[in-house]
Design a protein around this ligand. Structure first.
Ligand code: SF4
Length: 347
């Protein structure tokens, strides 16, 4: 990260709600799944922001919502996603805006979790990687396109001769490299990495993480790195945001949040990190009881109160704000705010 980082993406009261309908004919609105419900944070140029939380907490929806991947009938996306001074949420809604959006789309790319599912099995990898270049009409002529494809294969550590093969001829790790090559083809500035290593063997995960770190430095990329556990994002992230039921509950530097988690939910996640770490010695494992409540009817007040071992009366009625609890360390918890939270995980 540079010394004075500037935000590349800013979220302001960002929400993604999915309507639930019933009835075959009238499709009556039954309710809204509030998958992402009011996010406010910046992602800085050149950084990796890790986004973690249990399955269903809204982290992948956040990434896809930022990139405007939901059609208006499927999801209600509101609030602001600011990129280069433009609110992408508004641009995505108007036909005039869609033209403005087109060049911006090149800057904003995604790497998917399941590399196999995201690669068309009937296309050669050369054509898969060339497809975005054709859609955006960036390179003219088949020979120039294939030259760029070969360059991209080399950049991700694959042989240029592999351009003629099909996805099923590649291993899981190689397929994820293809997904990365495709994301890089348009020279993006910001990439949503949607659990890019969770479908890979542990032995391959480190290789893909190292590749992504190298590419970040080489091409000056900014990552939003989504993962369901803290161990996966710890090494690659400059900062980490912890999500619970559509809200960010804690946001701080990667080491800071790992060494000094303040929110009870982050404490539980960190106490469950299964890697051997001398710093974890003496820390108590916190087991969360119950399941994550439905985002169709999230709990009132603090959404974590139904599972929080420290909940008090106010937690059931008043929603805590994400506030600065220490320098560059934000937490949404009433008891952190008033200093009454017992120290559960020893630092
Ligand atoms: Fe627990 Fe209350 Fe803090 Fe929520 S606000 S995390 S329920 S102590």
């Amino acid at each position: 990260m540079s010394d004075s980082p500037k935000p590349i993406i800013s979220l302001r009261n960002f929400r993604v709600h999915f309507p639930i309908r019933e009835g075959v004919v009238f499709r009556r609105l039954k309710g809204m799944v509030k998958a992402v419900d009011g996010l406010n944070f910046d992602i800085y140029e050149g950084e990796t922001l890790g986004l973690v939380g249990e399955s269903g907490c809204g982290k992948s929806t956040t990434g896809r919502g930022i990139l405007q991947l939901y059609r208006p009938g499927v999801a209600h996306v509101s609030g602001e996603v600011l990129y280069k001074g433009q609110n992408l949420n508004e641009l995505g809604r108007s036909s005039k805006g869609l033209n403005v959006m087109r060049p911006l789309r090149r800057d904003l790319q995604i790497i998917f979790q399941d590399p196999y599912a995201s690669l068309n099995p009937r296309m050669t990898v050369g054509n898969i990687i060339a497809e975005p270049l054709k859609v955006h009409e960036l390179i003219k002529g088949e020979a120039n396109l294939m030259k760029r494809v070969r360059e991209l294969l080399e950049v991700v550590g694959l042989s240029p001769a592999m351009a003629k093969r099909y996805p099923h001829e590649f291993s899981g790790g190689q397929r994820q490299r293809l997904g990365i090559a495709r994301a890089l083809s348009l020279n993006p500035r910001f990439i949503v990495c949607d659990e890019p290593i969770s479908a890979l063997d542990v032995s391959i995960q480190a290789q893909v993480m190292n590749l992504m770190s190298d590419l970040q430095e080489r091409f000056d990329l900014t990552y939003l790195f989504i993962a369901h556990d803290l161990a996966a994002v710890k090494h690659i992230s400059d900062r980490i945001a912890v999500m619970y039921l559509g809200k960010v509950v804690e946001l701080a530097g990667g080491d800071e949040i790992y060494d000094r988690p303040m929110h009870p939910y982050s404490q539980a996640l960190i106490s469950a990190v299964p890697i051997p770490d001398p710093r974890a010695a003496g820390k108590e494992r916190i087991l969360l009881e119950g399941d994550v409540p439905s985002p169709l009817s999230p709990p009132s007040g603090c959404r974590f109160h139904t599972r929080c071992p420290f909940a008090i009366d106010i937690c059931k009625t008043k929603e805590p704000e994400l506030l600065e609890a220490a320098p560059a360390h934000q937490v949404a918890c009433h008891r952190v705010e008033d200093g009454s939270l017992p120290t559960h995980v020893k630092a």
